[in-house]
Design a protein around this ligand. Structure first.
Ligand SMILES: *[C@@H]1O[C@H](CO)[C@@H](O)[C@H](O)[C@H]1NC(C)=O
Ligand SMILES: *[C@@H]1O[C@H](CO)[C@@H](O)[C@H](O)[C@H]1NC(C)=O
Length: 302
């Protein structure tokens, strides 16, 4: 400031400088500073030119709800009260930034004695927030050839988290073709949404999966979770069905033989006595038509 005035005095006849001396002109070293949460950050507001000795300096925070005072009548006010101070004539230093400090800030200087009495400068502050541990969802067991979806969500991070998936500790490329190990896999992966989607799961897709949520402030990961891939074994299913059918046949044949030899005759009588009145007539008729033969035979045996 002093230097500027000296320079202007030296070139006294320059109209440009003459104008400057009578005007308040602000400048910033950085109009879009950022910091990590709980760190300090400087909102630089430099007075390039002023001739008024005791200008009025104010800072306002501008959010969607409108402007509010941050520095007014030489006092830090509002939410920043114990976390900020003024350095130099007008620079605002936030000593312990929080995520809610992310906003636009306006430095306003009024110099009553100048020809141009007012200037302002807007600074866009971003307080970055490290992601917290994301919520990951990995299906435990997926049938071979079916689709599967793995999801990863983290909502604290600022700027918004980007996602990365790992299989057996190895980063999964966004394009399967990028790594030969994944080149036969049928997945799509979105770094924006955190979704890893298999269109058709292969045996080789089984493994331990975890996700990382990251932004400029850092990253966090969820614990690895296993995904198994099981076969729908057609041969096994057919064999199983055959075994069950065989067993049922044996039982049926066994029961028939038992009927024929009369082993059930006494049980059947008591069974009939109890069952016949309890059941609906219609149902009974349908059934007895099929079993009629045996009944007749068994009654003959008696
Ligand atoms: C910053 O603020 C947080 C809470 O807002 C507090 O836990 C932390 O101790 C503060 N750090 C310093 C250096 O004051
Ligand atoms: C991918 O599939 C091809 C053809 O089936 C096979 O030759 C190749 O070894 C497979 N690659 C991997 C990494 O499994």
């Amino acid at each position: 400031m002093a230097k500027t005035r000296l320079a202007c005095l030296l070139t006294l006849l320059s109209t440009h400088c003459y104008f400057n001396v009578l005007a308040v002109v602000l400048r910033t070293a950085n109009n879009s500073p950022w910091t990590d949460e709980f760190d300090k950050v400087e909102l630089s507001c430099l007075i390039d030119s002023i001739s008024t000795t005791n200008p009025r300096i104010e800072w306002k925070k501008i959010t969607s709800e409108g402007p509010s005072y941050v520095y007014f009548e030489k006092k830090i006010s509002g939410d920043l009260a114990n976390r900020a101070e003024i350095r130099g004539p007008a620079t605002l230093l936030i000593t312990n930034a929080t995520r809610s400090d992310t906003a636009k800030y306006r430095c306003e200087v009024t110099a009553a004695g100048d020809h141009k009495t007012f200037d302002e400068i807007v600074i866009n502050l971003v307080v970055r927030v490290k992601p917290v541990v994301p919520k990951c969802s990995v299906p435990k067991s997926v049938p071979f050839g079916k689709s599967a979806e793995l999801s990863c969500v983290e909502e604290e991070g600022f700027p918004k988290s980007q996602y990365q998936w790992f299989k057996n500790k190895e980063a999964i490329p966004e394009d399967p073709k990028a790594n030969f190990k994944f080149s036969n896999s049928s997945y799509t992966l979105s770094a924006e949404t955190g979704t890893l989607k298999f269109i058709s799961v292969r045996k080789e897709d089984a493994g331990e999966y975890f996700c990382r949520a990251k932004n400029d402030a850092g990253y966090s990961e969820c614990l690895p979770q296993a995904m198994e891939v099981y076969d729908i074994d057609v041969v096994g299913i057919i064999l199983g069905v055959l075994v069950v059918v065989t067993v049922l046949l044996c039982i049926t044949v066994g029961i028939c033989c038992a009927y024929k030899r009369g082993y059930f005759s006494s049980q059947k009588q008591t069974g009939n006595n109890y069952k016949a009145p309890a059941k609906g007539d219609g149902v009974d008729y349908v059934r007895t038509e099929d079993e009629g033969d045996f009944r007749h035979k068994s009654s003959f045996v008696i």
